[in-house]
Design a protein. Structure first.
Length: 165
């Protein structure tokens, strides 16, 4: 239920990052010993709920019981602004804005998702959207590695170069 706010965790080699449980766009960075380094906020609104998140998606792959449960839960009072945190090899923080579809068990996030990128200090670097059908695996410098899922369900790892971030 990615639309409902909850604490998220991103773990890197030197730091780990936790999001606020109340749905606000607040992140706290900790060092390896668990000492808080910085807490920062970012402006941003949650994306509107998709028909699938409201239980209105007629996709036959979603069981009827799931659609019924989503409709019964109703809409969260404040939908989640981010749905995943990745701390890359340089310690930069990637906050995924797009939420995965209900019932999605893919730990690599939503395909083609938008990410806000921050330095470990909390300084905002910019936003980037991944190409369709690609999920963020890792990043270092201007290089990003993604998991690409093709039209036949085949997977491959792709290296991309970021321009302008």
């Amino acid at each position: 239920m990615a639309a409902w706010p909850r604490s998220l965790l991103g773990v890197g080699a030197e730091t780990w990052v936790v999001s606020s449980a109340d749905g606000s766009y607040e992140l706290e960075v900790f060092d390896r010993d668990g000492t808080s380094i910085v807490r920062f906020c970012h402006t941003g609104d949650a994306l509107p709920l998709s028909p699938a998140e409201r239980g209105e998606d007629p996709d036959p792959a979603m069981p009827d019981a799931w659609r019924d449960a989503l409709r019964a839960f109703g809409e969260p009072p404040n939908p989640a602004i981010i749905s995943r945190i990745v701390v890359d090899l340089d310690g930069q923080i990637w906050a995924q804005r797009d939420r995965p579809l209900p019932g999605s068990l893919d730990g690599h996030g939503a395909p083609g998702a938008m990410y806000d990128v921050f330095l470990p200090s909390g300084r905002f670097l910019g936003s980037i959207r991944l190409p369709d059908q690609q999920r963020l695996l890792e990043a270092r410098g201007r290089r990003v590695w993604t998991l690409h899922t093709g039209s036949l369900g085949e997977s491959s790892i792709v290296a991309l170069e970021i321009e302008g971030l």
